[in-house]
Design a protein around this ligand. Structure first.
Ligand SMILES: *[C@@H]1O[C@H](CO)[C@@H](O)[C@H](O)[C@H]1NC(C)=O
Ligand SMILES: *[C@@H]1O[C@H](CO)[C@@H](O)[C@H](O)[C@H]1NC(C)=O
Length: 123
């Protein structure tokens, strides 16, 4: 009788513990942003039309929002794949560096029509 009673008492506790740990996994509830703001303050994520949450907490779809080197926040973007690393020779510089020699570390190209080789200093 006693072991049976213990089981009855422990079962609801176990269910409660499972519910709590499931809550921990999702942390705070997250909602898709109604106003293009995103990030930890309101826990808003970005809509698919502007999938990247920038380092400043705004949703957008350009590299200024999406580059991991620009601080794209994977956790608050529409999908974990929304943020991406710069594409060498394709991504426009966000910090004045370009190419992959000297100060250039990310293979950024210069803004405008210029190609990496036509504008980027080697030093
Ligand atoms: C991604 O965007 C779609 C459409 O805007 C939305 O329904 C979905 O909840 C978003 N996902 C996240 C994680 O914000
Ligand atoms: C330069 O860029 C403009 C606008 O993106 C484009 O219309 C033009 O064709 C480009 N010119 C060259 C030479 O690539």
């Amino acid at each position: 009788m006693l072991p049976h009673l213990a089981t009855l008492l422990l079962l609801p506790l176990g269910a409660l513990a499972a519910a709590v740990s499931r809550e921990d996994l999702t942390l705070a509830p997250r909602a898709v942003s109604p106003d293009m703001s995103c990030g930890a303050s309101k826990s808003y994520t970005c809509p698919s039309s502007a999938a990247c949450c920038s380092q400043h907490g705004w949703c957008g779809a350009t590299e200024a929002f999406c580059l991991t080197t620009a601080g794209c926040q994977t956790r608050y973007s529409n999908a974990s794949s929304a943020c991406y690393a710069p594409k060498p020779g394709v991504s426009v510089s966000i910090d004045g560096t370009c190419g992959s020699t000297g100060a250039g570390k990310n293979g950024y190209r210069c803004p405008g029509n210029a190609t990496v080789t036509s504008c980027c200093s080697v030093a």
